[in-house]
Write a protein that binds this ligand. Structure first.
Ligand SMILES: [Mg+2]
Length: 98
């Protein structure tokens, strides 16, 4: 299993080999929102149908797509996702776990 930093490096390299490398930052944000919508659709389909393997596989795919889009945006803005998550984790610990 790779770290978030390793995934960021992999995605950065992968996009240099893709025609999507010229995409605008506003379109990158729209892609993330689109993937979140697809994830929401899969979750809606799972309601009352939690053991449906096809829909669970779809949700897994859409979560992966969403993470890819988030990682892509983090690269655009030079955000260290591990550091970002550590700050979020710290705020959750301070608020709820101390
Ligand atoms: Mg998708």
């Amino acid at each position: 299993m790779a770290s978030l930093k390793e995934y960021q490096e992999w995605v950065k390299d992968a996009w240099t080999k893709s025609p999507k490398k010229e995409i605008s930052e506003s379109d990158e944000l729209l892609f993330l929102m689109e993937e979140i919508g697809e994830m929401a659709e899969a979750i809606r389909k799972l309601k009352g149908n939690k053991e449906n393997k096809d829909i669970k596989a779809d949700l897994e795919k859409e979560m992966g797509d969403t993470l890819l889009s988030l990682i892509t945006l983090s690269i655009r803005y030079n955000i260290n996702l591990e550091q970002a998550f550590e700050k979020t984790k710290r705020s959750i610990i301070d608020r709820y776990m101390d």
